[in-house]
Design a protein around this ligand. Structure first.
Ligand code: ADP
Ligand code: MG
Length: 338
């Protein structure tokens, strides 16, 4: 069916991201509950129409590991993207509510994300580009699915022109302006898995007080949407501030993900990106807390050299994932506990 804004009744807000907000809405003619993502797009009508055409590909993305698509429409000045509502929300919300996620559940998340990435790439040649816990959703049937993948090149460009298109889940090669490949998604998965297993963002306590920003220029690429070039142009704070300094939080939209607090200090995004490029990759630690197979898997995701880093297909054959396939845990029962 064709979606129209006047047929959708907003029920409640599900969350806010960099480019807009997501609402739970009822499609009144059919009674279908959906998640309606509202993206503010500052683009010409021709570009908006192109975005809508490109979003149409999502109708063909049918997999149990991908959040399904109900449709998209223009509601000036916004684009509304309606998708399957996942009633248990995203994995970041879940760990913030219940704490660190059991490693056997994390293994099921890894399996689902790898299956989803493999489907998107093998069937549609789509690279996700934004793997992070808030784009991994769960429902009370125990299904785990990914959402918000980069189907529309025009949408990616428009958002990059408007917002800081950089996330802290970015791989070292992406930070340095290299082309996106499916291996960049694998890096983001590795960071996300550590975050879920620890119940906190892995980099939040890892930067020392005396980190030097003088060689930052060496990592800057020519300005290109979403790379450090565009971040630098916005001249975000590059010096650490005491955590109690709230000034970085004034502009909610711009500061999202820009400053990270840990150990009483705040790391600016530039410092964090420099850290990702220059320092050894994070690991699933402390040693001995998690199964060795899980550590090995995360190491395979977080190889800094993208050529050495594993592909989603290779990772599906890692022992940790083989075991997750052979001994599925009851995700439905787990999801009923929160
Ligand atoms: P981000 O992914 O950066 O957090 P979004 O605007 O994509 O920003 O999403 C905001 C929040 O809305 C997410 O964190 C998630 O919790 C929630 N959300 C998004 N899509 C859905 C969905 N299909 N079902 C339920 N909740 C959703
Ligand atoms: Mg999202």
């Amino acid at each position: 069916f064709d979606l129209r804004n006047e047929d959708l009744k907003d029920l409640r807000e599900l969350g806010q991201g960099n480019g807009g907000s997501v609402k739970m809405a009822e499609h009144m003619p059919t009674g279908t509950i959906m998640a309606k993502k509202i993206v503010l797009i500052d683009a010409k009508p021709s570009v908006r129409k192109q975005i809508l055409r490109e979003l149409h590909i999502m109708h063909d993305c049918n997999s149990r590991y991908i959040v399904s698509f109900h449709g998209a429409y223009l509601a000036d000045p916004n684009i509304c993207i309606c998708m399957e509502y996942m009633d248990k929300g995203s994995l970041d919300g879940i760990y913030k509510k219940i704490g660190a996620i059991d490693i056997d559940i994390v293994a099921q998340v890894a399996l689902s994300v790898l299956e989803g990435l493999t489907y998107l790439y093998d069937v549609h040649r789509i690279i996700h580009r934004d793997i992070k816990p808030s784009n991994i959703l769960c429902n009370s049937k125990g299904e785990i699915k990914i959402c918000d993948f980069g189907v529309s090149g025009e949408l990616i460009n428009s958002i990059a022109d408007t917002f800081v298109g950089t996330s802290t889940y970015m791989s070292p090669e992406r930070i340095q302006g290299a082309q996106y490949t499916v291996k960049s998604d694998v890096w983001s998965l590795g960071i996300s898995l550590i975050e879920m297993a620890l119940g906190r963002f892995p980099f939040s306590e890892s930067v020392s007080d005396d980190s030097d920003l003088s060689d930052l220029e060496g990592t800057l690429s020519p300005a290109r949407p979403g790379s450090m070039g565009s971040i630098a142009a916005l001249s975000l704070p590059v010096r650490k501030k005491p955590a109690k300094d709230a000034s970085a939080k004034k502009d909610k939209r711009k500061s999202k993900g820009v400053s990270l607090q840990g150990g009483g200090m705040t790391m600016s995004i530039l410092e964090l990106l420099q850290h990702i490029v220059n320092e050894p990759a994070p690991k699933l630690t402390p040693e001995g807390r998690f199964p060795v197979e899980a550590e090995t898997f995360v190491d395979g995701c977080l190889l800094k050299d993208p050529d050495a880093r594993k592909t989603p297909k290779e990772l599906l054959n890692f022992p940790w994932i083989e075991r997750a396939k052979a001994t599925p845990v009851d995700v439905e029962a787990w999801a009923s506990t929160f």
